[in-house]
Structure formats: C-alpha cells, structure tokens
Design a protein around this ligand. Structure first.
Ligand SMILES: C[S@@+](CC[C@H](N)C(=O)[O-])C[C@H]1O[C@@H](n2cnc3c(N)ncnc32)[C@H](O)[C@@H]1O
Length: 259
C-alpha cells in the first residue's frame, strides 16, 4: 500500500515494511517512523526486548511505560500484545506517550488500534487522549513533550516510570528530545530500576545520557543496525565505552544548541 494523508505537520506517506506492518514517512521531519525492515519487529527488538518488558510483567507489579513519540502506535500495540501473552500479570499497566501532531495520533489510533476508545480531555493547558480498560490506563499527551510531560507530571498524571521507549525521530532531525535537559527530566520522572532503550547509538546522545546521570550499555541493533543503546540508573558504564566516548570530539546535546 502506498498512500498519503495530511496531518497538522504536513503530509504522511504510508509505507508497508518488510514484516507487513505499516509505518509512515513524515514530510515535516523528513524521516520514516520505523526501520523499513519491519516496523513491528523493530519495535519488539528495540523496546519490548530492549526494556525487558517480559521480565517486568513476570515480576507482576504495577508497571508504567513512557513511549517517546506515539507515531503510528506500534509501540503501544506491541506492548498490549506482550501483555496478552502474560495473563499471569494481574496488576495494572500505565502507558504514557507524547505526540506533536494530533491529526497523526487520530489517524494512527484508528489504523493501528481500532479496538481502543480514546476520549479527548483537557485539564489546565494539557490536552490528552485517555483510554481506560480493566488492566490498563493509556494517556497520550498532545503537543510538544518538553512542555506537556512536565505539566502532566505536575498535574499528577505520571506515575514514576519503569520503562522508557526513547523513540523520537533521529537526533539529527529532532535534537530537542535528545538533550541533557530532556534525559534529566526523564531520570527525575523514573523509578531507580527504570530501563530506557533506544535505536540510536550516536555518540552525542550517549554523552547526553551520561551527562544527565544515566549508565549506558551498548546493545545489538535491529536488522542491519549494528548497535543501539540501553540505559539505566543503577550499574556502571563499561570502561571501554567511556574511553570510546572520551576519544570522540562529538558533544552532548544541550537545549541551548537547538534553534
Ligand atoms: C519515530 S516516531 C515514533 C514511532 C512510535 N513509537 C511507533 O511505534 O509508532 C516519532 C514521533 O514523535 C513525535 N514527536 C517528535 N517530536 C516531538 C515532541 N517534541 N513532542 C511530542 N511528540 C514529538 C513525532 O510527531 C512522531 O510521531
């Protein structure tokens, strides 16, 4: 299928990926939301396995996940599929996401998760979509996550995070969600045992993570990507990884670097 639709941030081209799942190419960011080798398979590799979600469900306690960028909703779909595979998880899952483009959210929710009934809500300056089921509460905050997520936290919407799917567009196309300040906010919003995972292995984003207090781990990437990055707040970064970062002239990304 090769089709397009208009969102608030320009048009989106719908692309079929190699595992038959769909993604979109954003005209505004000039990038596709997923690896064309397989949107669903990539999501399972990078985030479901990357954040050890099956182990978290096996531990069987209330659990909260932040998906950085709702996009096509594949992260949420893969997470709910994993939940279904773990009927022994009798606790509660809180899922949070952010999305700049409300029209994209509406298109994606309908295309990827038609069974879910999201209700649009506003509170103070916060606009969000909410869907409550017996085991889950799902909230997608609309607008720039650098503003909406701190507001959501201040209004009591955000439980401390257990897992973070760090999946905005690339640091080159969307540096604002890869800064030291962003990762500091994520750290301050998390449980000490949080697991963050991202497809990117750029030196700059690894420096941003380290400068905001995260421990980083080099991991095998999806398909042809050799490496990706996992991060946590316990543990220690391997000395050889620190040496590699120190040898590179690339710098961490700061809010003040962003135009
Ligand atoms: C790579 S896509 C996410 C894919 C998604 N995780 C999925 O599985 O379908 C990145 C998404 O982040 C959104 N985004 C980018 N910058 C943002 C920001 N500052 N605040 C909120 N959403 C943002 C984009 O509009 C896009 O939909």
């Amino acid at each position: 299928m090769n089709d397009t639709f208009k969102g608030q941030l320009g048009s989106y081209r719908i692309l079929k990926t190699e595992d038959n799942s769909e993604t979109v190419y954003s005209e505004f960011f000039d990038e596709a939301c997923h690896n064309l080798s397989g949107a669903y398979a990539e999501t399972v590799h990078n985030y479901i396995r990357g954040c050890s979600i099956p182990d978290c469900f096996a531990r069987n306690r209330n659990f909260s996940v932040l998906d950085v960028g709702f996009g096509v909703g594949v992260g949420l779909k893969a997470l709910l599929d994993e939940l279904e595979n773990h009927p022994e998880f009798t606790h509660h899952l809180s899922y949070y996401s952010i999305e700049l483009d409300e029209e994209l959210f509406l298109w994606s929710a309908h295309a990827t998760l038609p069974e879910l009934k999201f209700i649009r809500k506003t509170e103070s300056d916060l606009i969000y979509f909410e869907c409550v089921t017996d085991k889950t509460i799902l909230k997608v905050f609309i607008g720039d996550g650098r503003t909406t997520l701190p507001l959501a936290r201040a209004l009591g919407h955000l439980l401390p995070l257990d897992a973070i799917f760090q999946d905005p567009f690339s640091p080159k196309k969307n540096p604002a969600l890869w800064t030291v300040e962003w990762f500091t906010f994520l750290k301050d919003s998390s449980q000490p045992t949080v697991q963050l995972s991202t497809y990117s292995s750029s030196i700059s984003i690894r420096k941003s993570l380290r400068e905001s207090g995260w421990t980083i781990i080099n991991a095998r990437g999806f398909a042809l990507k050799k490496t990706m990055t996992k991060a946590n707040l316990l543990g220690e970064t391997a000395p050889e990884l620190i040496d590699q970062l120190n040898r590179s002239p690339s710098k961490a990304i700061l809010d003040m670097d962003i135009s």
